[in-house]
Design a binder for this molecule. Sequence first.
Ligand code: FES
Length: 361
Amino acid sequence: MKTFPFIYNEPRQFLSSLQGKQWADFLLGEINPRFSVTTIKAKVVAVREETADAKTIVLKPNWLWKGFRSGQHVPVTLEIAGRRVTRYYSLSSLPKDKYLSITVKRQKGGLVSNFINTNIKKGDVLELGDPTGHFTLPKTLPSKFLFLAGGSGITPIHSILKQLAANQFKGKATLLYFVRSFEDIILHSSLEEIAKSTGWLEIKYIFSDVPKEGYDSGFLSKEILQKYTEDLKSYSVYVCGPAPMQTKALSLLEGIDVKSELFLLPGQTSSKVKKTGTVDVFLSLSHKTIQVKGERSLLEELEDQGIYPQSGCRMGICHTCVCKKAVGSVTDLSNGEVSELGEENIQICVSRAESNLELEL
Ligand code: FES
């Protein structure tokens, strides 16, 4: 027979055996908001300012957290103005660190990134999901890496660099970090520390908006790549940044083994808007027709009109927003491809209306 001390010795088993996990969750939440038998919850143990518009949130997860691989991202769910919203953020810490970290930069119009930067403080509890993503190191390490980071795209690369340092990597790595200005460099001191303590990492900061003496200015180009690499084909290349940088990198690195992670920012499109005026979108499940401009993703344009379909990452990764398009054409914002007019499933967070549409929503 189980005795009372069992509760203390094996609390997980005890709580899992309770009738109804929701009830157990409620009970646990009363004891400590981080405790749960159903949900990964993490307490904010520190908030560090990285730049004027980016913060690192250090998190202590509960017992349901199973770990992650450097380069992966994690869904973070928050309640904002009574609405549960989820966004994916790359983990900037090392898997074996005592705590997890996400580093979040404010995005123009970004509901969650601005909320986190303004409101999240030590002691708050966030809900996490399982980490996902293939932007990770291979089992056998190549001898040369080239990392191309743009803005907050540095976060998974920072974790990967820490992992290489922990693995006592013996090769050579070059990081070209494209950022608006010196003041916008995220995780600056940590990057410098990795370079200094390991000796195999060369970092070049390239500023797009505010030039600085002694540094390169501009965007990713063939000239910059030629300046800092020799024999591109000999590198294993990792790219993480916004869509224009991603597209440029993939065109410059054609034929080379590239791992890439796209950051599609709110309102960002990867190809030019050609049309003017509006298109009709018929929502077949709710028997409603709305007009959208076809200037941003369908998800954003629906939300503008008070319609909130299910969504998660909002950048084409998690598939939470997939819905059936019965009729009409959309542009896939992650690669600029225009779809056929017929029936298919689309991810509305990375699809922009090209013609009148019928969606199963
Ligand atoms: S919300 Fe994740 S794929 Fe669209």
